[in-house]
Design a binder for this molecule. Sequence first.
Ligand SMILES: Cc1ncc(COP(=O)(O)O)c(C=O)c1O
Length: 406
Amino acid sequence: MNAPDAPQASAAASHVMNTYGRLPFALSHGRGCRVWDSDGKEYLDALGGIAVNTLGHAHPKLVPALQEQIGRLIHCSNYYQMPLQEALAAKLCELSGLANVFFCNSGLEANEAALKLARKFGHDKGIVKPEVIVYEKAFHGRSIATLSATGNAKVQAGFGPLVEGFVRVPLNDIAAIEEVANTRPNVTAVFLEVIQGEGGVNPATVEYLQAVRRLCDENDWLLMLDEVQCGIGRTGKWFAHQWADIRPDVMPLAKGLGSGVPVGAVVCGPRAATIFGPGNHGTTFGGNPLAMRAGVETLRIMEEDGLLENAAIVGDVLKAALQRELGALPGVREIRGQGLMIGIELEPPCGVLLGRAAEAGLLISVTADRVIRLVPPLILSAAEAEQIVAILAPLVREFLSENRSA
Ligand SMILES: Cc1ncc(COP(=O)(O)O)c(C=O)c1O
């Protein structure tokens, strides 16, 4: 396929706001887990648009469905009945065991809605200054409220005053959250990622998740699980919390839900399903027919093609291969994660590996300074998993040996 006539961007002449450190190439097109840049160079995609391209690129079942939808109706308004919203909401409720859904456009929007639910839940029972328990190293987005909930000083720097009403605790520390339960009567919700993504691929343990669920029940708090990055099949179950056999009251989703088409959702259980009434929340684009069709088709294709099983099986292959090639290396602290959400934590900061991997034909990310993050499409094959490791492992070895001798 020829690259479309994209204007050649030069950093000096760019009119795009400078908010990202971008690599010096533009992706032109993709197929499956491969993408090509405008010079024709091929890359293996172990990033999936940061856990977004669930079905990879140009999926042969998704593309015609979206083309058909674009030709029919892209957007109307939430003034009208939306059969596709009903269809996607029903499917999300079936898969999660929850009750109803509000649709929006992104992860931070889903999280904003969750935070509004937590506050109104408090107001409805007479708590006028509700508080939400949030986490060290958490990431929930870059709006003022969600960056205030985020546990990363770099994300917050320059944007004070932060939104008040958050109490922060360390992940997987049951005593710390019990202490909050005993001392803060205004808490109305606990808000956490089941596996912290941007914070370095840090999983909440099953034991911790079950303890938090119990505390929420005992204290009449909402359990709000941000599954924006770890949800939609990535860990080998539809939602990562299902490994702990618990149910949240509120579950924000986004990223992988539309397989690349922007869509966010807040899925609510019975305790949260009627907190919002008419006029309490809204969005122009949220739930539009194109986004809804993308969600419906993504989930349908995932089921048809067995992508949960694939994520679990190929995730194990990927982790085992990483362990085999890198696990014993001095300078590799830990290889962790579940399914196709894997982090490799190194001792030195390793942001430089992003560009080196791209040069070698592999797309990855580095997060929390030291963690190589792999969140490929869920269609990844075992052979492609081995190929990721075949490209990545020598780069990591070389990088660590440079850092040892430096
Ligand atoms: C767990 C989590 N929540 C929320 C967000 C924010 O999502 P968005 O970038 O779509 O606003 C992200 C993005 O990385 C995320 O990983």
